[in-house]
Design a binder for this molecule. Structure first.
Ligand SMILES: [Mn+2]
Length: 284
């Protein structure tokens, strides 16, 4: 397994019920990386915190009448990142993701900072990206960085990837205008709160247009009441129930990630683990 041997370190698996790599449809991988944080660092600690949370959660879902441990997934551990070097880390990430995708498998990445989405989504051909996020991340540069958590959506759009951004409530006028001019669809948080069915219909439309989708969940899409431990908390967000309902509308999911959790002993890692479980169900 070329790159996987070179770049991955082993960790105890998500939910503690990982299947052998060869049999698995979904590959879970942690990316413990947070070099470009501009407010609260610590997302590098999230993959292990999310796994630890998952060991203390029920894998059986009463709502779905299904057990997440019966799903076909393999947790391959963490990417061997290059601390402080976003370019080299993205290169390593792309190498591993390409190999996994070439084998016909789907990726579910546990971040890490949001920048890593660039290294995953670009390797899955023909996907439209549904981005759950408080922020548009459409800046051309931020804090003198062109590749960082605040520019990730802009770089994806420039790479030819279509975007639907759901739960947004923090963007500059320039970012808003860029979205308008470039056909990037925004479903702001206040629209989601006003009408969940409206948000669902936009997700459905986007999927009909793009077929395969990639789902990136920046956990700050949730209101800080539900997810206080994130890199850039922004009041006025979604409830976890709303977010799960929207994730359930995502079908034909070719890949996804859960990013920007900065664990510090609270419950946000549990929330992130729940989101990862729901994404994994949608990938089967
Ligand atoms: Mn964000």
């Amino acid at each position: 397994m070329g790159y996987k041997g070179l770049y991955l370190t082993s960790k105890e698996s998500f939910l503690g019920c990982s299947k052998p790599y060869g049999e698995a449809l979904v590959i879970i991988m942690g990316v413990p990386f947070d070099a470009t944080s501009t407010y609260k660092p610590g997302a590098r600690f999230a993959p292990s915190a999310i796994r630890a949370a998952s060991w203390n959660m029920e894998s059986f879902s009463l709502k779905r009448m299904a057990d997440a441990c019966s799903l076909s997934f393999c947790d391959v551990g963490d990417l061997d990142v290059v601390p402080g070097d976003v370019h080299q880390t993205l290169q390593r990430l792309k190498a591993v993701v390409s190999e996994v995708v070439d084998e016909g498998k789907k990726l579910l990445v546990l971040g890490g900072e949001h920048t890593l989405t660039l290294g995953v989504a670009e390797c899955i051909s023909g996907v439209g990206v549904i981005q759950f996020d408080a922020h548009t991340d459409l800046r051309d540069d931020y804090a003198s960085q062109r590749i960082c958590h605040a520019t990730v959506a802009r770089r994806m759009h420039e790479a030819g990837i279509s975007l639907l951004q759901v739960g947004v409530r923090a963007c500059s006028r320039e970012e808003y205008e860029y979205a308008e001019e470039n056909g990037i669809v925004l479903v702001p948080a206040h629209e989601v709160r006003r009408s969940l069915s409206y948000a669902m219909s936009r997700i459905k439309e986007f999927q009909e247009e793009h077929g395969k989708i990639y789902v990136t969940v920046d956990v700050d899409v949730l209101d800080p009441a539900f997810a206080p431990e994130v890199g850039n908390p922004e009041p006025g967000g979604l409830t976890i129930t709303e977010l799960i309902s929207l994730i359930e509308e995502c079908h034909n999911v070719a890949g996804g990630d859960v990013v920007e959790v900065t664990p510090s002993g609270g419950f946000t890692a549990f929330t992130a683990a729940r989101i990862a479980i729901e994404l994994m169900f949608q990938m089967h």
